[in-house]
Design a protein. Structure first.
Length: 148
């Protein structure tokens, strides 16, 4: 068998419709578009999203959803259980020490300590914010909270 002997299976290939090539083809004259009207003309018809003249769905939707408070402050959060595992008794917790231990990724971002978990060591916590439950747990363990 040679490559020139290969051919597609019978009935698997169909000739394309050649419109506007005479009456004998069956698609001559108006080329299957019918007589007159918007859709018989070139460029005729309505575009995608046209809804018969009513305001289209894409234009009825709000342009920008939601609201962003431009004064919102994002905090890097650290839980007291994490501090308990990373610091020894009597150490000071601040932005520099948290950054050095790899707990936070940026020194410029404000830090907030949250009260998830337990703390057993007396630590001095000096960060931007401390939640009320975290403050209670730190002071119950014998530590102090200093806020700038």
């Amino acid at each position: 068998m040679q490559i020139n002997d290969l051919f597609p299976a019978p009935g698997s290939r169909k000739d394309r419709k050649r419109v506007g090539r005479g009456h004998g083809s069956g698609h001559g004259g108006t080329s299957g578009r019918g007589d007159k009207g918007q859709n018989s003309r070139s460029g005729g018809g309505k575009g995608p999203g046209f809804e018969g003249g009513q305001n289209p769905l894409a234009m009825r939707m709000p342009k920008l959803p939601g609201f962003k408070n431009r004064n919102r402050v994002e905090y890097a959060v650290v839980n007291v259980s994490r501090l308990d595992g990373l610091y020894a008794k009597g150490e000071t917790v601040n932005v520099d020490s948290l950054f050095a231990k790899g707990v936070i990724k940026s020194k410029t971002m404000p830090v907030k300590v949250l009260g998830d978990g337990e703390i057993t060591k007396a630590l001095t916590v000096n960060v931007d914010k401390v939640s009320a439950p975290a403050k209670v747990k730190i002071e119950a363990a014998g530590g102090t909270v200093e806020q700038p």
